[in-house]
Unconditional design. Structure first.
Length: 267
């Protein structure tokens, strides 16, 4: 069985048996892989510090028939520690981790995807709390673009007309983006999205995390963006992303009731 080293982000961790954990890793060189960290739930185990969700490190893996096996682990990016200690940051980062886990196939390396996710986690760990929403929206736009599902946020997907100014449009997951007033009958159940929200999505599309951290929006625009992007994601998943629900509840102030349940997409 071959040994190999990877640089990886821990997307998910679930318990296995009495002392082990199964990790879902997004690696820079091998794509998404699953690996068992044997004994990592025991006190003072040498792997324990690097197998928590939202960790970033170097891992020595041994290839296996079904699961790889973690032989060694060394944490990197110690600045990401706040993602595992601060509830709003944990909830926001959990959305990014779950979406990658659910939307990305195993064994398909993508340096841009790894870089996007690491950039998002780094920004979420240090951004002002009021900018966490914009960073998650930015990540969703970037992830969908990398997967080939980039939403159209400039023109109507039906007629090609530029949607400008204060005109009210719909954001259709089924049609792949905006529908102007004349074409809304193509998806009358799609959420409405106004001019401010559309301008923010255009700004986020193709930008970097530093630019996303400078985005501010009104409560109305934020609600429209959140509803639109969540519907867009759900259309691809065919199921509501659980981490997204937790994130919105926490952002809405219901922190106390969720402290025991936000396990960062783990088991």
């Amino acid at each position: 069985m071959a040994l190999y080293r990877v640089e990886a982000l821990v997307l998910r961790s679930r318990n296995l048996g009495e002392a082990d954990r199964v990790l879902t890793l997004l690696t820079r060189s091998e794509g998404k892989v699953r690996a068992v960290a044997r004994g990592s739930r025991r006190p003072r185990n040498r792997l324990a510090g690097a197998v928590e969700p939202l960790s970033y490190g170097r891992y020595l893996l041994m290839s296996g028939r079904e699961l790889e096996s973690v032989q060694q682990a060394e944490l990197m990016g110690h600045g990401l520690r706040t993602l595992r200690e601060d509830l709003p940051r944990m909830a926001a980062a959990s959305v990014t981790a779950q979406l990658v886990d659910l939307l990305v196939e195993e064994g398909e390396p993508s340096e841009p995807l790894f870089a996007l996710t690491l950039q998002a986690w780094t920004a979420l760990a240090r951004a002002p709390v009021e900018r966490l929403d914009a960073l998650v929206w930015w990540f969703v736009m970037g992830l969908m673009g990398l997967l080939g599902y980039a939403p159209q946020v400039q023109r109507c997907t039906a007629c090609g007309q530029v949607v400008e100014g204060a005109a009210m449009a719909r954001f259709s997951a089924r049609e792949g983006g905006l529908l102007c007033e004349r074409c809304q009958s193509r998806d009358p159940g799609a959420p409405f999205i106004g001019g401010e929200a559309r301008a923010i999505l255009r700004r986020l599309q193709g930008s970097d995390a530093a630019s996303a951290m400078r985005v501010a929006s009104s409560a109305a625009a934020s609600a429209q963006i959140d509803e639109s992007l969540r519907a867009f994601v759900e259309y691809r998943l065919s199921t509501p992303p659980r981490a997204w629900t937790m994130w919105r509840e926490i952002a809405g102030g219901q922190q106390g009731s969720l402290k025991g349940s936000v396990g960062v997409h783990g088991g």
